[in-house]
Design a protein around this ligand. Structure first.
Ligand code: PLP
Length: 639
């Protein structure tokens, strides 16, 4: 388990069973478990092929429950005289089944939604259940309206109060204030207003610039004061009830979270003292996910747990409010990543591998060129004392061999011989280097150079765009054969014709990233590359990846299934078929019928000119038609 550090990032949902397969326990320690490999096989029998995104609904429910339980414990521990109300930021994963499940599982906790755009507001209004009881019903889920807002957005949010929703219009730009005042006056609806503050607390990591004076969203302190003055002038200061901030996603250091809440609590109490009707403090997102399981403040991890997070927020707000003699607010948070990541597992198959061609070199022949003799001498003398020097020598001799070839002094055979000797040197050196505690810097690349390439049936651009765009680390490992020691070290290359379409960053047990992943060799490989299926899983991919994925090379959405645990086994709740070729072509304005018709005409011309037989033309048309209906990924017809 330690090789891939499952206990670090996977507990309590993922572990390894006696069969050497990954076990999923969607309800954590409280419920049943299922064998991920067997689940994939069972789904394949139902014609739901790989690549496949599996969403475990019970994990989603468990995440919501955990977050609420952590805040409840924090509130009890500090005797906090108010409540916690979470909202889910829809941007994190807008898919209908997920948002609906969130609302359903969140109901006991009055868990609400956050919309960051007009389309997301429309999802929220149609998914949250309106309350039929009196206005400002305290137990009603909140609807936080963030993002850029035009007249229509504000009008819709205001009118939604009439059907029993509880929207908060969060002013992120001053113009929105004037619009909100004007429209609420026209409609005669008293708005629930919030302000988003640009904190001066510095964020950390990839999203660290979400805060500070130059942040894209939010109001500076002078602008917040303008909001107060303007609302006062209009006799509407009572509408200002909420303070919001967001210092960026995946905050890896608890110190930053504490600094932010301290600063925000001061702003909150001051606003209350200035006469605003302050009732809610919305701390935004940022609650991190431990992608590498190291429990450190490394960017892919976090040095705190959910309980520390909740405790610190509750304690800091309480202290600031007590000092200021202000009634403590309802605490709102907008955790997306921490709620949605764990539920989704992406399973994909390996299509084949490419190895560095290392063969034991043939003995040195008489009269071989000097460069070859030098390479041979280097190869023969490698040992633990000289392996670093030998690597530099071998690299230099190989470069000389290529220069000689380019100048016409070396034949193709001589170049091949030089390259073989070079690879043989590298392999010998690598075996020695792996035994050492310390690997010299100039040998770090050797693992990468010697890595096998595992060709995977997946598009990185479609399924894990953050891995490509911002080098985000996700746990990746085989989902079976885990009772067998992996013998290979590889990188993953996807289906796209793009050299960026690869994954070469993996969890490193030294709390860093490493460039190769321990993998098994493919079994029963024949010359055509036919082998027993080898499945890899990528974990914690439920937040942001799906919606940001793109259609590079026209690889479309993957198949998706929702699995729900039952007292005996599981139920396949939903199947969402991945895009067909016809569908992705339509996204770029091609009509499948037109394409087929054009091809038919071309085959008729070829028939008339005797360039093709009728059987060949029929076969081509049949293949084309069949591909149009199929999955965009490689399909194994033999299975
Ligand atoms: N709230 C706002 C305003 C955001 O911009 C984001 C995303 O960055 C979130 C909440 C969700 O953050 P996280 O996924 O870190 O919980």
């Amino acid at each position: 388990e330690n090789l891939y550090r499952i206990p670090g990032w996977g507990e309590p949902y993922f572990s390894i069973n006696a069969a050497g397969h990954i076990t999923v326990s969607p309800q954590g320690d409280r419920g049943g478990a299922l064998d991920l490999y067997e689940l994939v096989e069972a789904l394949k029998k139902r014609n739901i092929g790989l690549p496949l995104l599996i969403r475990f609904s019970d994990i989603l429910a468990d995440r919501i429950e955990r977050l609420n339980a952590c805040f409840a414990r924090g509130i009890a521990r500090y005797n906090y005289p108010n409540v916690y109300r979470g909202v889910f930021p829809i941007k994190c994963n807008q898919h209908r089944h997920i948002v609906e499940a969130l609302v359903k599982y969140g109901k006991p906790y009055q868990f609400g939604l956050e919309a960051g755009s007009k389309p997301e507001l429309m999802i929220a209004l149609a998914t949250l259940e309106p309350s039929l009881s009196e206005k400002n019903n305290k137990s009603q889920p909140l609807l936080i309206c963030n993002g850029y807002k035009d007249k229509e957005y504000i009008e819709t949010a205001l009118l939604a109060t009439k059907i029993g929703h509880k929207p908060f219009i969060v002013i992120e730009q001053l113009e929105e204030l004037y619009l909100a005042i004007k429209i609420s006056r026209q409609l005669g609806i008293e708005p629930n207003l919030g302000v988003r503050a640009k904190l001066s607390t510095k964020g950390v990591g990839r999203w660290g610039t979400s805060t500070g004076d130059r942040a894209k969203f939010g109001l500076t302190i002078p602008e917040i004061l303008t909001v107060v003055t303007e609302l006062e002038k209009e006799g509407m200061l009572n509408s200002l009830q909420l303070l919001h901030y967001h210092i960026g996603s995946q905050i890896s250091a608890i110190g930053v979270i504490k600094d932010a809440i301290r600063e925000a609590s001061q702003i909150y109490t001051q606003l209350a003292k200035m006469g605003a009707n302050m009732q809610y403090l919305d701390v935004g997102g940022g609650l991190g996910v431990d992608y590498d399981g190291s429990k450190t403040n490394y960017y892919a991890s976090k040095n705190y747990n959910m309980q520390n997070y909740a405790n610190d927020i509750v304690a800091e707000v309480k202290e600031a409010c007590e000092e200021a003699e202000i009634h403590p607010p309802v605490i709102v948070s907008e955790s997306g990543r921490a709620i949605a990541s764990h539920q989704s597992v992406l399973v994909f198959d390996v299509l084949g591998t490419g190895e560095v061609p290392v063969n034991p070199p043939e003995a040195l022949q008489e009269k071989e060129p000097l460069i070859i003799r030098n390479l041979w001498d280097t190869y023969s003398s490698i040992d633990v004392q000289n392996y670093q020097e030998a690597y530099n020598d071998a690299t230099q001799f190989k470069e000389e061999a290529i220069t000689s070839f380019n100048l016409g002094y070396f034949s193709l055979k001589e170049r091949a011989r030089a390259e073989q000797l070079y690879w043989a040197c590298c392999q010998k050196i690598l075996q020695i280097a792996r035994q050492q505690d310390y690997v010299p810097d100039d040998l770090e690349d050797l693992e990468k150079i010697m890595a096998s390439i595992y060709y995977i049936n997946l598009s990185v651009f479609q399924s894990v765009p953050d891995s490509w765009a911002i080098d985000q680390l996700f746990p990746i490992m085989p989902i079976h054969r885990l009772d067998e020691k992996p013998t290979q070290r590889g990188i993953l290359a996807d289906l796209t014709c793009d050299s960026d379409g690869k994954i070469s960053q993996f969890i490193d047990l030294r709390n860093d990233v490493k460039s190769v992943l321990e993998l098994h060799s493919l079994q029963d490989c024949d010359k055509l590359g036919n082998h027993k299926p080898y499945y890899l899983g990528m974990f914690l991919v439920g937040a942001y990846q799906e919606i940001m994925g793109n259609l590079h090379n026209l690889f479309g959405d993957t198949n998706v299934v929702h699995i729900q645990m039952k007292p005996k086994g599981y139920e396949i709740q939903y199947v969402v078929r991945g895009d067909t070729v016809t569908e992705v072509l339509s996204y770029v304005q091609y009509d499948a019928e037109d394409l087929l018709e054009t091809l038919r005409r071309h085959t008729e011309n070829a028939l008339q000119e005797n360039r093709m037989t009728i059987e060949e033309s029929q076969r081509l048309l049949k293949d084309y038609e069949q591909s149009l209906r199929r999955y965009t990924y490689l399909v194994d017809d033999a299975q």
